[in-house]
Design a protein around this ligand. Structure first.
Ligand SMILES: [Zn+2]
Length: 174
């Protein structure tokens, strides 16, 4: 268990918890978040991040957003590149959340302490992405590819080394 150095709560339900410099933990609990995530509960229950301030000061630390206009085309292009038929209505059911940080370590995860700019919980059809990447075609298509591979029944849908990422130029360079 990480030591709690300080706890800053804005309203009772939204807490920014410092767990040891310079990493911060944001936990999603409480009635406010319930309203925020009105459709389905979020698969990511908390995240750590390395900056003490938000990437965009006027936005919440996390929030759900409507799929942006180019996304429908990006779904089609990503599926076409993978050679996988896109299930007609499924992309509409995928929920996108922004995280107001450059990168973050999500919880739960099978890759502890790995900082990411985006993560897909494919069985829950939820994508969490840094607010700075929400309009970034490559980043969003990368996550869409994970979701499409999952729908197609690939067991290793989460594997960035799969050939589809290379073939479609969606490799994560970090
Ligand atoms: Zn990936």
């Amino acid at each position: 268990m990480l030591p709690l150095l300080s706890r800053l709560c804005r309203r009772s339900s939204r807490c920014l918890i410092r767990v040891g410099s310079p990493v911060w933990l944001f936990t999603l609990v409480g009635p406010t978040d319930h309203q925020l995530f009105a459709q389905r509960p979020p698969a990511m229950t908390s995240f750590r991040h390395s900056k003490t301030i938000k990437a965009l000061p006027t936005l919440d630390w996390i929030g759900i957003y409507e799929q942006l206009p180019p996304y429908s085309q990006w779904w089609k292009e990503t599926a076409a590149c993978a050679g996988i038929p896109l299930p007609d209505s499924r992309p509409d059911s995928v929920e996108f959340f922004y995280v107001n940080a450059v990168d973050f370590a999500p919880t739960p995860t099978d890759k502890p302490n790995r900082m990411v700019a985006a993560v897909t919980y494919a069985s829950r059809e939820q994508v969490f992405v840094s607010i700075l990447r929400a309009r970034d075609e490559k980043s969003i298509k990368h996550e869409m590819m994970h979701q499409i591979l999952y729908w197609w029944g690939e067991e290793d849908w989460d594997d960035d080394a799969r050939l589809e990422f290379k073939r479609c130029k969606l490799e994560i360079l970090s």
